[in-house]
Design a protein around this ligand. Sequence first.
Ligand code: GCV
Length: 656
Amino acid sequence: MKKLLISTLVLLLTGWSSATAGNEDGSRLWLRFEAANATKAISGVKGTAMSELQTYWKGGPVVLKHQKGMAQDAYTIQSQGSKITISAANNAGLLYGAYHLLRLQQMGEDTSALNISEQPAYDLRILNHWDNPNGTVERGFAGKSIFLNPDPERMKIYARANASIGINGTVLNNVNAKPEALTTESLQKAKGIADQLRPYGIRVYLSINFASPIKVGGLKTADPLDADVVAWWKDKVNEIYKLIPDFGGFLVKANSEGEPGPQDFGRTHADGANMLAGVLKPHKGIVMWRAFVYNPQSSDRANQAYEEFMPLDGQFADNVIIQIKNGPIDFQPREPYSPLFTALKKTPMMVEFQITQEYLGAANHLVFLATMWREFFASVKPESLKAMAGVANIGDDVNWCGHHFAQSNWYAFGRLAWNPSLTSEQIADEWLRQTFTSDEQFLKPMTQVMLESREAAVNYMMPLGIHHIFAGGHHYGPEPWYNPPRIRPDWTPPYYHKADSIGLGFDRTTNGSANVNQYPDELCAKLNDINTCPENLIAWFHHVPWDFRMKCGRTFWEELCHKYDTGVKQTRQFLVAWDGVQPYVDCQRFSEVQRKLRIQTRDAEWWRDACLLYFQTFSKRPIPQDVEHPVHNLDEMQKFRIPITMYENPVQGYTK
Ligand code: GCV
């Protein structure tokens, strides 16, 4: 009788939550399973798998079985009728199998004849939080750090969400690391978080400041070859492992954007990384050493990571992984892949993607990033990498990511880190079905919106290979004219777009910065020739004359106008599509997303008008008749400012 009452209540609750009149705040992410039974937590990772199934699985008995000989974290799920067996070599594998089963249930799939075998592409699938000790999040658009005062309930959802998509590591603090990340007080705090995440198979890592021996340890130097410095790191690492026995290791941003590093002491990146690797090795810890380096003297920022790291190929210890951003500049809406990925031959590498939308409309624009990451994997073989890292878009906002659809990027990152050959469509479909509904009337238009959204953003922000024309004070809106006196040239848009009376774009050919030479021969030849360079990167590699004839027959200038205008039209279409699915979405999420899509549409017009009117001052050509003409004025847009710091989402976007 009691069981009947509970299930009636569950049904009632389920009915309510899917009713369109109801409200959902997004706090449950894609984990919207309803509890089928009340259960107690069971300790350990296997215990988590058991209690998740006991609580949420509504089918027949599930056997969790250890099986030798399987790869780490791999699992199989076999079912015959209502009897199901999940097998794995380790407990984490059992947990991932349990979440797979729950995912199938949530999506309404038939589970009576399963024969599933899964193995992750990478052992390390890791989030990088850019969280500061004061609770701000660099390039975070979803509130404050979830680690500032970790709330046990929220930490549990965070851990479950990560484990449900296979994420097994998290770097707790910003790569622009404050030295105090290594004080005993901070380490105690990290221990508390590690204890909460451990039952979900997640290990914690820390970003470190290379000058910590000076700033925390009071030493005179942080020279990685100095015996006292090495001893200091040894002691520090021992202290960490006493508190966090399964601590993962360090992430390091060194000699980049003003952060200290081994070069300050006349040493190389390899000297610095290997010293840390040496002290972590006895504990099985690793070093993720970032290749994001550039200095103002170079004539092409895109060349620099290659120039600094290629001479060191083969010199890194075996527990060092070089962490390389997907593109050679900095998470732009579209970049070619970083040439280091095909050039380094003897160095373990991992890719760093940016989940937080620093350059893609922050938490205001709907931009599904799986398509961008899949584009990367079309050029860089997944098996050439050791691991995958993603800069988190998570904060203490109720819905975690600021925009309901930004949750899909956290989800997509985890799914691709598990299996980089999943299609964007499959990921969008899974996420939509779990997060909203499996109703086809909803799924069809919204899958389409998600799949088109990144190309739309490229169109209205930076089509045809244009890059880094963002505002000086933030990376949200356009300011291609930004060029105050005495500023570092590589911090201004004209450095990148090089617009003049002849054309637009950065000459990276063999006649220019020769960046093309960093790519394999065949690709280099293709990129070097303006007639064979992919048009979606043409202004990345070439200074393209305004009248250059594009494949469609338009001139480059006309095509530029068309692309910007297409982007605007696409965002308007997203709004129409969303309005059309109102009957399938609860009121709260419907109106919150609708509000953001309106901002995105206005912003797209802002981008189009600002960029076309500004570039027109160089091209001196008319905007084609079949393109919607700007609705703003250039002088008005040049005066427009959004007064935000790099820790906030601009709540309104363009407001003029
Ligand atoms: C954490 C870009 C961002 C910085 C970020 C840096 C990095 O420059 O704007 O906020 O710093 O990349 O990845 O280190």
